[in-house]
Design a protein around this ligand. Structure first.
Ligand SMILES: Nc1nc2c(ncn2[C@@H]2O[C@H](COP(=O)(O)OP(=O)(O)OP(=O)(O)O)[C@@H](O)[C@H]2O)c(=O)[nH]1
Ligand SMILES: [Mg+2]
Length: 348
């Protein structure tokens, strides 16, 4: 099956014609070269390395950062069960009809026991299991030092540098981190369903702010028009804000899809809207700005993660115990304690 993050290393590099299992290599540059030449096991291993703390992971970051960036990162988010995976599978179909390669990141926010959900995504996107032009990676919260917010952009760069210029990122639209990941795309698609209050739920989850395109999926069910009207009026309200920099404003279109129907009704239009949005932000300069902002956000997240681990490491230090004692005896308040700990780490 082509949805492989299984990198047990048994696959020999077919392109090199050698029996040496390159995917088992721990050398990031060897893996990157193999992955670029189409070795999927090597790509999987590279992604796994990039998720782990330590020098190998850092080296992967360094290597792929120098390789440039994805052409188009598309976030697909929405409530659990809205049909994100089914829709993603359909969009993959449209992209592949044009023969471009596509990488998919299915971000699973739940616990280490979420194997079932990941398996579900694989099955739903399984229509492309034998297609070498598609690489699907499931990513769970566990295992990454700085959490998903750091793992996702890293994985996007790895996929892009290995020949997947378009990346679809599916995340469930609940929880701050997940919404932030979906919003950290060039184009963010928010999926809602017909039903009372679905648009209100989307607004509550903060999805209204990050949406570049709305999709009312399951439009085969009654109530699709109502959700569309609700969203339109919410957008009308938002539209009363002054235009920024006098730029032509992008009003998120609201499309209807039936991802399960035989002809995938509305999916062609969705892909068209995604491409139109990319053109729009490329022309207005927003694409470059979004990416610059994302990079800076990422660097800040790295800094915070590093500081956190330094603070954690302090717990075993004498200085920490002294400060803790003073705090408990109320000789110093929490701010004073923090100032002393800062001294102990060596930041002023
Ligand atoms: N009636 C109808 N059902 C749909 C449609 N699209 C998807 N479904 C069904 O909705 C259910 C959820 O679909 P998924 O694609 O797994 O939804 P998801 O948003 O990826 O779900 P999670 O990743 O678990 O949050 C499945 O049973 C699909 O078959 C549609 O257009 N119409
Ligand atoms: Mg899904």
């Amino acid at each position: 099956m082509a949805t492989d993050d299984h990198t047990k290393g048994t696959a020999a590099d077919p392109k090199a014609g050698s029996a040496y299992p390159i995917a088992r290599s721990a050398d990031p540059s060897v893996l990157l070269a193999a992955a670029k030449s189409g070795n999927r096991a090597a790509l999987g291993r590279l992604l796994s390395l990039s998720e782990r703390p330590g020098p190998a992971g850092r080296e992967v970051s360094r290597l792929v950062f120098g390789e440039g960036e994805a052409r188009h990162v598309v976030g697909i988010t929405g409530a659990p069960g809205a049909g994100k995976s089914t829709l993603t599978d359909r969009v993959i179909g449209v992209i592949r009809a044009g023969e471009a390669k596509v990488g998919v990141l299915a971000v699973d926010p739940s616990s280490p026991f979420s194997g079932g959900a990941i398996l579900g995504d694989r099955i739903r996107m399984g229509g492309h299991a034998l297609d070498d032009g598609v690489f699907i990676r499931s990513m769970a919260t566990r295992g990454h030092q700085g959490g998903l917010a750091l793992a996702a952009p890293e994985a996007i760069r790895v996929l892009a540098s290995c020949g997947y210029p378009t990346i679809l990122v599916e995340t469930v639209g609940v929880g701050q981190v997940e919404v932030a990941i979906a919003g950290a795309a060039d184009t963010t698609v928010v999926v809602v369903n017909p039903g009372w209050g679905d648009s209100v739920q989307a607004a509550k989850a903060g999805l209204l702010e990050i949406a570049d395109i709305f999709v009312v999926n399951k439009a085969d069910r009654p109530g699709a028009d109502q959700v569309k009207r609700d969203l339109e009026s919410m957008l009308d309200l938002a539209g009363t804000h002054p235009e920024r920099d006098g730029r032509r404003r992008w009003r998120p279109p609201i499309l209807a899809t039936r991802a399960l129907s035989a002809d995938g009704a509305g999916v062609d239009e969705l892909w068209e809207a995604i491409c139109t949005h990319r053109r729009h932000i490329a022309e207005s300069g927003e694409l470059g700005e979004r990416r610059q902002r994302r990079l800076l956000d990422e660097a800040r997240s790295v800094l915070v993660a590093e500081l956190m681990s330094e603070v954690d490491a302090l717990e075993n230090e004498q200085a920490y115990r002294q400060v803790a004692r003073a705090l408990i005896r109320r000789e110093v308040d929490p701010y004073g304690a923090a100032a002393r700990l800062r001294d102990a780490i060596g930041i002023s």
